[in-house]
Design a binder for this molecule. Structure first.
Ligand SMILES: [Zn+2]
Ligand SMILES: [Zn+2]
Length: 265
């Protein structure tokens, strides 16, 4: 079974339109494909489908799904942000659009002064954010990221935890913390506990590979071990932003976990 449910298009910050992505999925032998545009409904923010266009996005994907129904199953969801005080990935928030599934992700950490620090936009923006809003305290910033993630999985009703250790994205090319530190392990344990208690799926995400930041997946092996030991189930995702990266590194990580097949049947 070849599937991917974490897929971006020109509706948000992806490169290709949905039909081009579906044709690529057919060419690559996918059995199912799901779209997951960035959303911060009802607000707009960088890289998301504008809130006023969200209904059009769903209508477009549903039309494509009907067009290709005899060749591939096409689902439509969102990758919804949790930005405390602004938006969250709860099912009730997106209910009017009837998404097939919701991926909950954190791309901004709310600092003690209320500022939004972008986790994965660029190394300089991250460095500036930690310096300006966490007084240069990297550990404090990363602990805040995981605390926000625990709040997200505990408070809200959604399906899949997106790239749960996104803070690692720049840590190979621009190292800024020690992934072997005991405080980091403590955050992983607490977060694995919270995810397990929530019953949510976790994605194994190859997106940092296609974009050249890492040779490895989210979550890293020590975090995956903690999640697996607690009975958490995984799906495989490419977090693809272009038609040709739909199955990026699936050959390397296709058996990294016993993935759940057709989780949204
Ligand atoms: Zn994301
Ligand atoms: Zn994504």
């Amino acid at each position: 079974m070849k599937t991917n449910y974490h897929t971006h298009t020109i509706w948000c910050d992806g490169k290709d339109d949905p039909e081009t992505v579906i044709l690529s999925a057919l060419d690559k032998g996918f059995d199912e494909i799901g779209f997951s545009s960035h959303a911060t409904y009802p607000d707009d923010s960088a890289c998301t489908v504008p809130a006023a266009k969200l209904a059009d996005y769903f209508a477009d994907i549903r039309a494509q799904a009907a067009k290709y129904a005899d060749r591939i199953r096409v689902l439509c969801g969102v990758e919804a942000d949790f930005i405390p005080g602004s938006t969250d990935p709860d099912r009730s928030r997106y209910a009017a659009f009837a998404p097939d599934y919701i991926i909950g992700s954190i791309h901004y950490v709310i600092a003690p002064d209320g500022a939004r620090v972008p986790v994965d936009h660029s190394p300089p923006l991250l460095r500036d954010g930690i310096d300006a809003h966490f007084r240069g305290d990297v550990e404090g910033y990363i602990r805040a990221y995981f605390a926000q993630e625990r709040e997200m999985v505990t408070r809200f009703d959604f399906d899949v935890v997106g790239h749960p250790d996104l803070v690692r994205k720049f840590n190979v090319k621009h190292p800024y913390f020690d992934e072997g530190a005991s405080w980091y392990r403590e955050e992983l344990v607490r977060t694995a506990d919270a995810i397990a208690a929530s019953g949510k799926l976790v994605e194994v995400n190859t997106g940092a590979i296609s974009r050249g930041w890492l040779e490895d997946i989210y979550p890293a092996a020590p975090f995956r071990d903690l999640l697996r030991e607690r009975g958490v189930k995984f799906i495989l995702s490419s977090d693809s932003h272009a038609a040709d990266t739909l199955d990026c590194a699936f050959d390397r990580f296709g058996d990294a976990e016993a993935y759940i097949q057709r989780p949204f049947a």
